[in-house]
Structures are given as structure tokens and as C-alpha cells.
Design a protein around this ligand. Structure first.
Ligand SMILES: [Zn+2]
Length: 102
């Protein structure tokens, strides 16, 4: 038997009927490999060469490399699933944290 636990609160879900699966897919809306005439403009090439030499000289750090596509799968318990569908990006929680009145 496979073991499942909630990816948010860590609750053991193995013997629970209520297990919810969340699948997330994040990707760039534009294809970065797609070149347009603008990209081939000499100014941009010079800009890029300048940028690359700055990176080589250590004056500038290389841009962070992001995966083009990111797929995740989460197992959630009922309580966490309920919270997730109400606020998938956790914006409510973040706001409440920032503006908590004690
Ligand atoms: Zn949970």
C-alpha cells in the first residue's frame, strides 16, 4: 500500500478516504527561444555582448536560470484542500500576516 501524507500539514492520509490531489503547471506564456526581428537588431546584440562581458568580468551576476516549465503534484487532506480551493496562491494568508492586529 502506498503511503500518503498531506503536503501542506503533513497529516497521514494513508487510512483516510479524503485525499485530494492538486496538480500545478507553471510555464512562460511566451516562448523565449522564439526570435523576432527586434531581437536580431544590432543594438540588442551589442547590449547582450556588453552584458555577457560584464558577467565574465564579475561586474554583474548571471541571470537566474528558470525552468521553462514546472509541474508539481501535491496530496492534500480535506482541510488543506478546502483552504487551497478558496485561496490557491495563499494571498489571503499573506495579507493577514502583513496586517495582523494583535
Ligand atoms: Zn493538510
Amino acid at each position: 500500500m502506498m503511503h500518503f501524507s498531506c503536503d501542506l500539514c503533513g497529516k497521514d492520509l494513508s487510512d483516510q478516504a479524503a485525499r485530494y490531489v492538486v496538480k500545478m503547471e507553471a510555464f512562460a506564456a511566451t516562448n523565449p527561444a522564439e526570435l523576432t526581428d527586434d531581437d536580431l537588431d544590432t543594438d540588442h546584440v551589442e547590449e547582450m555582448a556588453q552584458l555577457l562581458s560584464e558577467i565574465e568580468d564579475g561586474e554583474r551576476s548571471a541571470p537566474e536560470e528558470l525552468p521553462v516549465c514546472c509541474k508539481k503534484r501535491f496530496d492534500l487532506c480535506l482541510g488543506c484542500y478546502r483552504k487551497f480551493v478558496k485561496d490557491p496562491l495563499g494571498r489571503d494568508t499573506a495579507t493577514r500576516f502583513d496586517f495582523s492586529e494583535n
